[in-house]
Design a protein around this ligand. Structure first.
Ligand code: 9MG
Length: 277
């Protein structure tokens, strides 16, 4: 058992867990903004929970390459009603996908259990806001910003650079009182990386785990799958599952995905094989 508290609930992270993606944006990259009304968002959350998701990740800012920036008020208006409605109706961990301090604080007050920040708490005020919530945080590596990150990303050693960056962000967290036991690391697949960078990071998932942190992987339906297999967006499920299976075998335990049921079943079987004695 390796229990991590997520607000009023906890998860055993010796086992794999699926985080279902709930983008409440008009322009999300792979679901085309299908969940931007409260009703459809709630139905999608319920579906993902029935299919076995342990966490629902609610986000109001699209981070696809070139996405338009969002104001704090827009983000609050998109995310808060959805988090509130889910927490009122369903006993599930809700994660808030945000870099915005006010959204972190607001989501925590509604019962969110995790802060998932693709900017690793780099925005002004984010470290202190996250620390004040007392919630666990997922720190993700991104090179550049969503507007520029795919303009010829370049590294001397992508694995070393990502590890060094994340170790630096862990130190920043500890300075404001966020305990190491509340930190999850994420290499940021697709965020300022070529296909080769993404493959090397996945190949080295165990390096983050060996630093002593739980690891979250988000690669569902991303461009790297299409590039590796030469497929359109609606045919990226099998490739996503293969890459997530590889990450599981190297120690990742939380998987941020669109297609919950196939991943829950794949991970349940992989975990069962690993534990059989
Ligand atoms: C919000 N979001 C989009 N992609 C992501 C990824 O790969 N990891 C995390 N933690 N969040 C993501």
């Amino acid at each position: 058992m390796s229990l991590m508290p997520f607000g009023d609930k906890s998860l055993d992270l010796s086992l794999p867990h699926v985080m279902g993606i709930l983008n409440v944006t008009p322009d999300s990259f792979s679901d085309g903004g299908a969940f931007d009304s409260l009703d459809t968002a709630l139905r999608q959350a319920e579906k993902m929970i029935c299919e076995g998701a342990s966490i629902i990740d609610v986000g109001g800012e699209s981070t696809r390459p070139g996405a338009a920036p969002v104001t704090v008020q827009q983000e609050l208006d998109r995310v808060m009603p959805v988090i509130e409605a889910i927490k009122q109706r369903i006993d599930v961990i809700v994660s808030v996908d945000t870099s915005t301090p006010d959204v972190m604080v607001g989501a925590a007050s509604l019962g969110a259990g995790l802060i998932n920040d693709v900017r690793a708490l780099e925005r002004d005020g984010a470290l202190v806001a996250a620390a004040n919530t007392g919630l666990p945080v997922c720190l993700m590596h991104m090179k550049g910003s969503p507007q520029t990150m795919q303009n010829q990303p370049d590294y001397v050693s992508v694995v070393d650079e990502v590890v060094d960056y994340l170790i630096g962000r862990v130190a920043a967290c500890r300075n404001v009182g966020i305990d190491q036991s509340r930190i999850i690391l994420d290499p940021g697949i697709g965020f300022g990386k070529t296909l080769s960078h993404n493959l090397l990071l996945l190949q080295n998932t165990h390096v983050l785990k060996q630093l002593g942190f739980e690891v979250l992987i988000g690669l569902s339906r991303k461009t790297m799958i299409a590039e590796a297999l030469n497929l359109p967006v609606e045919e990226r499920l099998f490739g996503s599952m293969g890459a997530n299976a590889s990450a599981f075998s190297k120690g990742a335990r939380i998987f941020r995905v669109h297609d919950v049921r196939p991943h829950v079943e794949m991970l349940a079987l992989m975990s069962r094989i690993e534990r059989e004695s």
